[in-house]
Design a protein around this ligand. Structure first.
Ligand code: FE2
Length: 364
């Protein structure tokens, strides 16, 4: 087998550009159980922005707001609303990652630079992907600080109760009609990813709307990026609704893994996180479809958690409603019990639920 020219150790961080990072940080601490670990802003010598770094197990979220009127961040928020700017990838050699990808056609966003402070050094470099989203390669093997040079380790006064979120399972992008294959090819040619699975509109169309999706994965399978595009339906696809409000391609959802979805989702609900609901009838015949599972069906039904099975096992999943006012980014919570797939058996029930929400917003 050819050597992987872009070995990836995992997701390093996900950075959101938001209107008010200070308040968003409280939401992710309280509702999702993340812990505030680092901060950069005027107090640390950064004049134009404030960034809060939140951590839970292997997951790092960065929330960044602009402090000035005209900046790349304020323009991003004006156009897209709160959204994902950076899907950062943890590598052993950021400069090599940058040159391997840009020499294969990736558009550079920022050249490799070495950031230093008293805790060591980090090398970062960024390339562009769909919409205005970036992939930043982060090489941190010579660094012992809280996040990156320029950030200060901080603690919050809030009492944080983690709820079992463990790592990023996959990050999904929505791209414009007709652009899915182009972006799949980008990940194949430029980043050395492989096409894992294809869903066409047969798999995932409802009476009204449809979408197509292909999943690409890197060599070791740590990074999985499904790419969606809208497909023709009777009414507006959920992907079109996203594109209308995000005003470009962008990250649609971030799936986070847990080992105990009943505990995690129970806690998320208790703290006010809203989820898409499927009707009770979903549970009437679900056991015939998925066979034996370890969890109690009653509990799953009470929390509205969905179940699916593939050749290798089963999975449990649930989707939040959008986490900002625009109907754009949302989260998935997933517990895998052997299954490596993405819940295809749930697509129809799920999309009917999304359409009910779209109709309530007047966007169907
Ligand atoms: Fe997903």
């Amino acid at each position: 087998m050819a050597e992987d020219f872009l070995p990836l150790n995992g997701t390093d961080y996900i950075e959101f550009y938001v209107g008010n990072a200070k308040q968003a940080a409280v939401f992710y601490q309280y509702a999702f159980g993340f812990e505030l670990v680092a901060y950069a802003g005027p107090e640390t010598g950064v004049r134009d922005r404030a960034s809060y770094v939140l951590k839970q197990d292997k997951i790092r979220l960065v929330l960044t707001s602009s402090l000035v009127k005209d900046s790349e961040i304020s323009e991003h928020v004006k156009k897209h609303g709160d959204g994902v700017k950076v899907l950062a990838l943890w590598v052993d050699d950021a400069a090599k990652s940058f040159y391997e990808t840009t020499s294969r056609g990736a558009e550079p966003a920022s050249k490799p630079q070495t950031l230093k402070d008293e805790h060591g050094e980090v090398v970062v470099a960024s390339i562009r992907t769909y919409g205005e989203t970036l992939h930043t390669f982060v090489e941190r093997k010579n660094y012992k600080g809280a996040f990156l040079p320029g950030f200060r380790a901080v603690k919050s006064n809030m009492k944080i109760e983690p709820l079992g979120l463990k790592y990023i399972d996959h990050c999904v992008g929505n791209v414009e009609l007709g652009k899915m294959n182009q972006w799949v090819k980008f990940y194949e040619d430029v980043m050395g990813f492989k096409l894992l699975v294809t869903f066409d509109d047969e798999d995932i169309s409802t009476e009204y709307s449809a979408l197509m999706s292909k999943v690409v994965s890197n060599g070791n399978g740590y990074i999985k990026f499904p790419i969606n595009e809208p497909a023709q339906g009777k009414k507006k696809s959920q992907i079109e609704e996203y594109l209308d409000f995000y005003h470009s391609a962008g990250v649609q959802h971030i799936a986070i893994a847990t080992d105990d979805i009943i505990h995690t989702v129970g806690e998320l609900r208790r703290r006010g996180v809203e989820f898409l609901n499927v009707p009770d009838v979903y549970y009437d015949d679900v056991m015939e479809r998925v066979g034996k599972i370890n969890e109690s069906l009653e509990e799953l039904k009470k929390l509205n958690i969905l179940i699916d099975r593939d050749e290798e096992g089963y999975l449990l999943q649930i989707f939040t409603k959008p986490v900002q006012d625009r109907p754009t980014v949302f989260f998935e919570i997933i517990e895998r019990n052997g299954a490596k797939s993405f819940g295809k058996g749930n697509f129809k029930a799920l999309f009917e639920s999304i359409e009910r929400e779209q109709a309530l917003r007047g966007n169907l």
